[in-house]
Design a protein around this ligand. Structure first.
Ligand code: SF4
Length: 146
């Protein structure tokens, strides 16, 4: 998620109040006890200043963690974490793009579309990649939320 959650208050002891720009939800979250060391290491977000402040990522292994998983906001419980959220024509989650270019599809149809498009994306910079992927998705009837 980019520019979705902002920390509005630090209540100490790894407890924060966050504001969701989409829904207006205000929620107190707390870093999971087993993820404090992970939370303290912000290096995986060095190039993603607008990412959710609680996301941590292992680019090498393609793994991501929500460090407030136990108390995460309701929108995250409904849709999980995303940078680009892909919805089908009925508004159901069809897939997600996580971190910079990790594409996760929830349906076979979107998976097939992605396999066709993926080879055409080589050599694009991040903005071009987003533009092409979003255009491709919208042309195929999906909606994309950033
Ligand atoms: S699931 Fe966790 S990391 Fe992802 S947007 Fe929500 S709070 Fe942030």
């Amino acid at each position: 998620m980019q520019l979705v959650h902002a920390i509005t208050e630090d209540r100490g002891d790894y407890t924060y109040v966050i504001y969701n720009y989409y829904t207006g939800e205000v929620k107190e979250v707390r870093v999971d006890p087993d993820k404090i060391a992970l939370y303290e290491d912000r290096s995986s977000l060095d190039n993603l200043p607008e990412a959710c402040p609680f996301l941590r990522f292992d680019q090498e292994n393609g793994k991501a963690w929500c460090t407030v998983h136990l108390t995460r906001p309701s929108i995250c419980r409904d849709y999980c974490c995303w940078r680009l959220l892909i919805l089908d024509a009925e508004g159901r989650r069809a897939g997600r793009v996580l971190y910079q270019r990790t594409f996760l599809s929830d349906s076979a149809a979107l998976g097939r579309l992605w396999e066709q498009v993926k080879p055409t994306l080589n050599g694009l910079d991040d903005k071009e990649w987003d533009d092409v992927v979003i255009s491709m998705l919208m042309a195929s009837g999906y909606h994309v939320r950033r």
